[in-house]
Every structure is written in structure tokens, then in C-alpha cells.
Design a protein around this ligand. Structure first.
Ligand SMILES: Nc1ncnc2c1ncn2[C@@H]1O[C@H](COP(=O)(O)OP(=O)(O)O)[C@@H](O)[C@H]1O
Ligand SMILES: [Mg+2]
Length: 234
């Protein structure tokens, strides 16, 4: 479903210096599969997701989603691809302050339907994510774990085939992080949604079908660090 083939993205910084942010990466994610990409800060994780989302164009190599190469899409097709085929859980929780949880979750749907219909469509998702009773709370009244679950609901609201998650546990404590990762994995499995999750959190490995590591833009073998042994998946 998602395939990266020899993807390269370099940034030119300062006086001609080149940062090899993503360097010849080959990777694939199948339907309903959760692939975790584990890497320290600066290893190229966010750049890689931006390439998959079509927000950046690779210098060379190809990103193919559902049989189409993202870089060949027109700006309009790319916007449609992002809206309908993709869910993107970004590193920063971009909930709109002062706005209710259900409206925040329904935000993507509002591009194509009215508020009532959008709320009706996100209601079962919010319930599945354990947010029943919280739908009418405003963003700032929610705990960090609840906010992250609203972001998951938003990402899944349009029925995407692929979800990209950028450090989804970054702002969560151990238990909440584990809970959110478990829910994300379960809900995506149920719906046959592929997930590419990038993180420096070793807990993610326990929920993944495949784990890779990224170091200085290159894929390397994942070796669990015993000092941060992942939780046993229950
Ligand atoms: N817009 C940019 N311009 C120049 N360098 C960048 C830019 N974005 C990221 N980088 C550099 O590319 C490398 C990978 O960054 P990033 O993809 O954000 O990694 P991660 O998400 O793993 O922290 C880092 O060295 C970073 O400083
Ligand atoms: Mg990042």
C-alpha cells in the first residue's frame, strides 16, 4: 500500500553544507500493518513523513501510495490525497483551542460536509477511543491523553488507508503513552488501516508488526535497548 524506494531528501543549509535528512530509504507498509520507525531526534523521522504526505518532494527515489507515485500528483490531487487517503497525527497536538472535542475531531470532514453530519460520523470513533462523555469538552479541558485520542479520531475520520503518526506519545506519561499506542494499533488493525509511526519511544516496538531504526537518515537494523525494554504487549 505504501512503498518507499531509495528515497533521498537533502537540505542545503548555510554556506553550501548539505544535511542528508533522508538517505536512500526503502520501506513498505501493508494494509492493516503497523510499522514503527525508531530513531533519535534529528534522524530524519519528520522529513520522511512529510515526504509520504507529499508536503516535501524527494530529491530522488519514489513514494508510492495505493499504486500512485505521490510526486507525480498535481497540487490539487495531492491535497485530495492528504484529505481522503491519509491521516496525519503530527508531532504538535494541533487542536483548536476553545473548540469542542467532537468539532476538533470532525475538522477534516468539514471540508466536505456540514457540522451535524461530521459530528454524527465522528461519534462512533470518539466512543471507540474511549472519549464518550468528553465530546463536548473544549480542547483545553482535555487531558494530554484525551487530546491525543482526539487527534487519532481526526486522522481516522475520513476513512484513510494510511495513517502517519509523528511521535504520538511525545507529550504523554508512561501509562498514557502505552494506552494511546495500544488504541491506535487496535483501531487501525480493525479498520485495515496501515500505520507508519515514527518515534524515539521504545515502547512503540511492542505494538508494531515491523520495527526499523533510522539513524542519520538511513535505515539500520533495530536493536532493542535493554535499558528501555519495550513493554510486553498484552
Ligand atoms: N527545513 C529544514 N532545513 C534544513 N535542515 C532541516 C530542515 N528540517 C530538518 N532539517 C535537518 O534534517 C535532519 C532531520 O530532521 P527531522 O526530519 O526533523 O528529524 P527528526 O524528526 O527525527 O527529529 C536534522 O539534522 C535537521 O536539523
Ligand atoms: Mg521530528
Amino acid at each position: 500500500m505504501l512503498r518507499l524506494d531509495e528515497v533521498v531528501k537533502h537540505y542545503r543549509v548555510g554556506d553550501g553544507e548539505i544535511v542528508r535528512a533522508v538517505d536512500s530509504v526503502c520501506l513498505s507498509v501493508g494494509a492493516g500493518e503497523l510499522v514503527a520507525l525508531y530513531g533519535p531526534s534529528g534522524s530524519g523521522k519528520t522529513t520522511l513523513l512529510m515526504l509520504v504526505a507529499g508536503l516535501l518532494t524527494p530529491d530522488s527515489g519514489s513514494v508510492t501510495v495505493n499504486g500512485r507515485e505521490v510526486s507525480t500528483l498535481s497540487a490539487r490531487e495531492r491535497a485530495h490525497y492528504r484529505r481522503s487517503e491519509l491521516g496525519f497525527i503530527r508531532q504538535s497536538l494541533d487542536l483548536i483551542p476553545g473548540v469542542r472535542a467532537d468539532d476538533n475531531a470532525a475538522l477534516k470532514l468539514l471540508a466536505s460536509t456540514g457540522r451535524r453530519d461530521a459530528q454524527r460520523r465522528v461519534a462512533p470513533l470518539l466512543e471507540r477511543l474511549g472519549l464518550n462523555g468528553r465530546a463536548q469538552q473544549r480542547a483545553e479541558q482535555l487531558s494530554m491523553g484525551e487530546r491525543q485520542r482526539v487527534m487519532i479520531a481526526r486522522a481516522l475520520s475520513t476513512g484513510p488507508s494510511l495513517v502517519l503518526a509523528d511521535e504520538p506519545t511525545g507529550s504523554l506519561d508512561t501509562d498514557r503513552g502505552r494506552e494511546v499506542l495500544g488504541l491506535l494499533a487496535e483501531v487501525c488493525h480493525e479498520r485495515d488501516v496501515g500505520v507508519l509511526l515514527v518515534t524515539h519511544d521504545p515502547r512503540a516496538a511492542a505494538f508494531a508488526d515491523h520495527v526499523h531504526a533510522l539513524r542519520d537518515g538511513r535505515l539500520v537494523e533495530y536493536k532493542p535497548d535493554r535499558a528501555h525494554a519495550p513493554f510486553d504487549a498484552e
